[in-house]
Design a protein around this ligand. Structure first.
Ligand code: BG6
Length: 317
């Protein structure tokens, strides 16, 4: 095993809910992240004060085949119902493995708190999606508490066939009160409204706020998006690469009640902002590899506000 992710101090392999295998990443300042092999899914991300930054439903089931409600589910090879496969694809309800020998990354991080996971086609799966692939997911907790997810997906078909897929890091951010939350970086952009048959609209207004159900796919978005939680004076900054779109979702009260694995009032305390590739599917020829990266950080809002002036920052990296 030549993975840099094996240092015991920073990476612990243990059992989680229902005896499912999980990996805990820790950094010296006290931040942590938890990842279940079921779904290859981050379920917890805490700052140095032990405060949870991701939403995980109190009703989340950790039972196959239902995906875990909350954290960061991986949507692959299909986002939502943009295709004929099950909603959001099958990766979120498969058991991933630890990648014993991940190929080197060109941009190597200095953090030792990381884990490499791998998912490959199964013979069962080939019946519903007739392709062979290797999906490598590296999850890194940076020394400052930032959480990085890098996906590398390779077409390993031996029949010469290309495949197409859509993708999302379906991140559930924990917020104090959804009516006090604002998203910056998506204003004036075009979006597909999932609540209106994916019809295309243009966002109006200064920033995005929430007072009812939202389910939008923003197109060609900047590489930085900010989620400002006024009550908690915390700003999440999402940086992404290789993922042009961004999904914003909150089910609000009626849909919340209709979901068995979601508490009736929990919609008030979460917001999904998802780095995604939805409008134009990614096409890979045999042997080709795609890479998509998301980095999230949580900073005090006072620190952020000036720096996140969309006119100044969102066009740059
Ligand atoms: C969002 C979609 O990404 O995920 C919504 O835009 C969907 O349409 C939501 O309802 C949750 O999906 P699921 O399958 O986890 O209930």
């Amino acid at each position: 095993m030549n993975s840099p992710c094996r240092e015991k101090l920073f990476v612990e392999h243990c059992k989680g809910v229902n005896g499912l295998e999980k990996v805990v990443l820790r950094e010296v300042r006290g931040c942590s992240a938890e990842i279940y092999l079921y779904g290859g899914q981050v379920t917890s991300w805490k700052n140095e004060y032990g405060e949870e930054l991701l939403f995980l439903s109190s009703k989340a089931t950790f039972t196959h085949p239902k995906p875990i409600r909350g954290g960061i589910p991986i949507c692959f090879p299909q986002f939502a119902n943009h295709g004929s496969l099950e909603k959001h694809g099958f990766a979120r309800s498969r058991v991933w493995s630890i990648d014993p020998d991940p190929p080197p990354f060109s941009a190597n991080s200095s953090s030792q708190a990381c884990v490499d996971l791998i998912l490959k086609h199964s013979e069962e799966e080939v019946k519903i999606w007739p392709h062979r692939y290797e999906f490598r997911l590296r999850i890194t907790l940076g020394p400052g508490g930032d959480l990085m997810l890098t996906s590398r997906i390779r077409n390993t078909n031996t029949d010469g066939k290309s495949f197409a897929f859509t993708f999302a890091y379906h991140t559930y951010f924990a917020v104090s009160d959804i009516s006090e939350v604002r998203v910056e970086g998506l204003e004036t952009l075009d979006y597909l409204d999932n609540l209106k048959d994916k019809e295309r609209f243009t966002e109006q207004g200064d920033a995005i706020t929430f007072e009812s159900e939202v389910d939008k796919v923003y197109l060609s978005t900047p590489t930085k998006i900010a989620i400002l939680d006024h009550e908690r004076k915390r700003t999440f900054v999402l940086r992404k690469d290789g993922l042009p779109d961004a999904v914003v979702w909150n089910p609000w009260d009626k849909k919340a009640k209709a979901m068995a694995d979601f508490g009736d009032d929990e919609y008030k305390h979460m917001l999904c902002v998802e780095a995604a590739c939805v409008e134009k599917p990614i096409i890979l020829k045999p042997g080709e590899e795609w890479r998509g990266r998301q980095e999230i950080s949580a900073v005090p809002s006072s620190y952020c506000s000036g720096q996140l002036d969309p006119k100044k920052v969102f066009q740059s990296d």
